[in-house]
Structure formats: structure tokens, C-alpha cells
Write a protein that binds this ligand. Structure first.
Ligand code: ATP
Length: 222
């Protein structure tokens, strides 16, 4: 597996379908990078998303190409193709394990996740094992980030308590922390972009210009 050489030792992992990547994804990545002083962000497109409905997902090559275009002028943002190298559905636990193994124990991974997805974390494969390999960065609305995140933590991660001085929930030693990251909501989704494109509406205010050009050139989402 090939990884960028200069990820540094505090690496944010943002997984998703990215069909297509949009300004919301980039804003989330920037917010977490700043809040937690991360050295880099690795975007990890799912090869076969396990949680997605059965709409026709665009080929991995298109989704990855759009991500590459979106990060090209952003220092410290990278794209990984590692989920295409694995057979079967793309489970976060497998990805974190692979990355941790490849990067070594001096690199701290931060698994970035929206508050909505975090609230569903109990449906994930080996949910509590995620914290063996990474910390969580849970991104949510400014006004109730701490509170809603706290409810999910209490229900799913017994043994985690909020430590004011660290601004995060802490569990057993050598396990990841759970960091709430407050961010104003960005009202955009990939679904909205696919739908707008299908209807011939502009999406140029929702994605980087290069991504809009790519979608047009390849006739995606028509
Ligand atoms: P779709 O509309 O196809 O379901 P999406 O826009 O939610 O897609 P994904 O690729 O599924 O995009 O998202 C990857 C990650 O980014 C998820 O953790 C998701 O919660 C988060 N995310 C997506 N859009 C936003 C947004 N506007 N604000 C905050 N987080 C977002």
C-alpha cells in the first residue's frame, strides 16, 4: 500500500463515499485539522460503502479522481486508495487497522465523523475496537456538539468520561479519545449535487471548480 511520506504524526482520516466530494467535506477537514492541530488529513474513499443504499454509486476511479482534484492545492490534504486494495465492503475498522500497522505506533490517527453518523456507531462492525487504533473527532453543530455527542458516548462507550482540561472523553490508557469538534453546519450533501446535476442546475457554489469541470467533462450524474 502506498501512502504519502509526509503525513506527520497527527493524521485525520476522513472516510466516505465522496460521490462527489463537496465543500462540506473540505470544510469539515479544515475545521478538524485546526481544532486538533493535525499534521495532515487523509481522505479515504470507500470502495464498497457498507452503509449506503443501493443507488448506482459512481466508479471508484471517478470518485478518487475528483478527490485528487479537490485536494491538489491544499497542503497536508491527501487521498488514499487503500480501500480499493481490499476485497469486499469497506469497513472503517479494517482501514484503521491497516493504517495503524503501516504508519506505526508513533502516529496518532483521528477518525473524523459527523455527529449524525456517530449516533449510529452502534451499527458498525467492531465499534469499540475503533478506539484501539484511533481517536474520534466528532464534528457537530456549535450549539449542541458536546451534549448530543455525550449521549452517544454514554450509550456506546461505557468507561469514557469527559475530561474538561483535555476537552475530550477519555477511556482506558492506550485507547483513543473522543473529541467533539464544533462547526457551523454547511448545508450541502453529495445527494443534493447529484440531484442538481441531473436537473441541469449549477453546482459550482457547492464543489471546487475543478470538480465541477470533471463532472461536466465526464457527464456524471446525468
Ligand atoms: P450522500 O448525500 O451521498 O449520502 P454525503 O454528502 O453525506 O453523501 P459522504 O461521502 O457520505 O457524503 O460523507 C463522508 C463524511 O462526511 C461523513 O462522515 C459525513 O457525515 C460527512 N459529511 C458529509 N457532508 C457533510 C456536511 N455538509 N457537513 C458535515 N459533514 C458532512
Amino acid at each position: 500500500m502506498e501512502l504519502p511520506h509526509n503525513l506527520g504524526n497527527r493524521v485525520g482520516i476522513l472516510g466516505g463515499t465522496f460521490d462527489p466530494v463537496h465543500n462540506g467535506h473540505l470544510a469539515v477537514a479544515e475545521a478538524v485539522r485546526q481544532a486538533l492541530a493535525l499534521s495532515s488529513i487523509l481522505f479515504v474513499p470507500a470502495f464498497l460503502p457498507p452503509h449506503k443504499p443501493t443507488y448506482a454509486i459512481s466508479p471508484f476511479v471517478h470518485r478518487t479522481a475528483m478527490l485528487e482534484l479537490a485536494v491538489v492545492d491544499r497542503t497536508g490534504f491527501y487521498v488514499s486508495r487503500l480501500e480499493a486494495e481490499r476485497e469486499g465492503p469497506s469497513y472503517s475498522i479494517d482501514t484503521l487497522r491497516t493504517l495503524k500497522h503501516a504508519l506505526g505506533k508513533n502516529v496518532h490517527l483521528f477518525f473524523i465523523i459527523g455527529m449524525d453518523a456517530f449516533a449510529e456507531v452502534f451499527t458498525w462492525k467492531e465499534q469499540s475496537g475503533l478506539l484501539d487504533h484511533a481517536s474520534f473527532a466528532v464534528v457537530g453543530r456549535l450549539d449542541h456538539c458536546r451534549q448530543s455527542c455525550g449521549q452517544t458516548v454514554a450509550a456506546n462507550f461505557p468507561g469514557y468520561t469527559f475530561v474538561e482540561a483535555l476537552g475530550s472523553w477519555q477511556g482506558e490508557p492506550n485507547h483513543g479519545a473522543i473529541h467533539p469538534v464544533a462547526m457551523a453546519p454547511i448545508m450541502v450533501s453529495s445527494t443534493e449535487i447529484r440531484e442538481a446535476t441531473r436537473q441541469g442546475k449549477t453546482i459550482r457554489h457547492l464543489v471546487p471548480a475543478t470538480v465541477a469541470d470533471y463532472i461536466e467533462f465526464h457527464g456524471l450524474y446525468r
